[in-house]
Design a protein around this ligand. Sequence first.
Ligand SMILES: Cc1ncc(COP(=O)(O)O)c(C=O)c1O
Length: 384
Amino acid sequence: MMNNTSYIELSKKAYKSNIRFLKKVVGKDVKISSVIKGNAYGHGYEPIIKFAESSGINHFSVFSAYEAQQAFKFTSSKSDIMIFGFIPEDDFYWVIKNEIQFYIFSYEGLEKTLKIAKQLNKKARIHLEIETGFNRTGLEQEEFDKTILLILNNPKNVEICGICTHFAGAESIANYVRIQNQLNEFKDYYKYFTEKGINPKYTHTASSSASLIYPDTRFNLVRIGIAQYGFWPTMEVLITRSNQFGDKESSLKRVISWKTEIMSIKKVSKGEFIGYGNSFQAPKDMLIAIIPVGYNNGYSRSLSNRGHVLIHGKRADVIGVVTMNTISVNITDIKSAAVGDEVILIGKHNKNKITVASFSEMSNNLNYQVLARLPENIPRIVID
Ligand SMILES: Cc1ncc(COP(=O)(O)O)c(C=O)c1O
């Protein structure tokens, strides 16, 4: 099985269909920045960048300079990369030299940027991130005037690519009022900046959820992460879209499947314990399959005695504790299963499927976490 114990299949067709849907949602005047931080939400930088560019996307967002460097290996010269998070001091040179766009979220950050841009005789390509109530990063109101002045005094070394903010959880209706307050504040601040002579090319606030359900947050660019990979951010977003626009769950298609094979099969007698400790005792004589994927491979330990896989299209329950490198599943009712047979960890076989969400009912945000934890060294295979 190549050079690992499992592999990830990525459907180009599903990805393209998601981008078609998202383009239809946001309209032709709104640019989509594909958010590919966290190894493209675990999918892999290279395949996702290729899928995206062939779908007409030429703007990518990452969290850090390190991620920008990873993405930069695969993006075409026509594409832009934007960093909205951390740039260590040493990496500022690489970022500015390579015309990577990045967020400015403090006056000091702008001072540092200009110093380096001048040394390099380059224009730093910046997005001004404004604090509107998320309280993570963002320029505070008292920094506005001096920031604006510094920009206007240095036209040779700075290009205003954008002005932006980030919402505190648009995927949940419980945050509705907070989001609306943020949006109103952002509109006021945007006006203030433009009146003072700052004219950004892009104005952006929306991630997947806001792009889908709050049209007036789209401005002329949206930062789409989870939806491009085929996941609804939350059930609330799906229900809102389907009530308002008749969207179906299948308007977004899962791009990823995760597969492996049976490593060993074992008979266990009634009353025996299976795996570490005593969390599972065979209630009857059982047949179990050992699968070569554990928490070291991104299969969460919290799925001990809870997860499921598909073998021959049938669901097999994880029994006992997920170990570092293996899980055991119950194949007592899948008698024809043999060593080497395919095991689907995420994906579909006829009508049966294992969704990423079904990995746990614990939290709506778990999709993001399950995906982001998929190790980079699992081989990625592109299918049509
Ligand atoms: C600033 C910013 N924009 C956009 C996104 C994309 O979010 P989503 O995956 O929900 O589309 C993120 C992800 O957390 C983010 O931090």
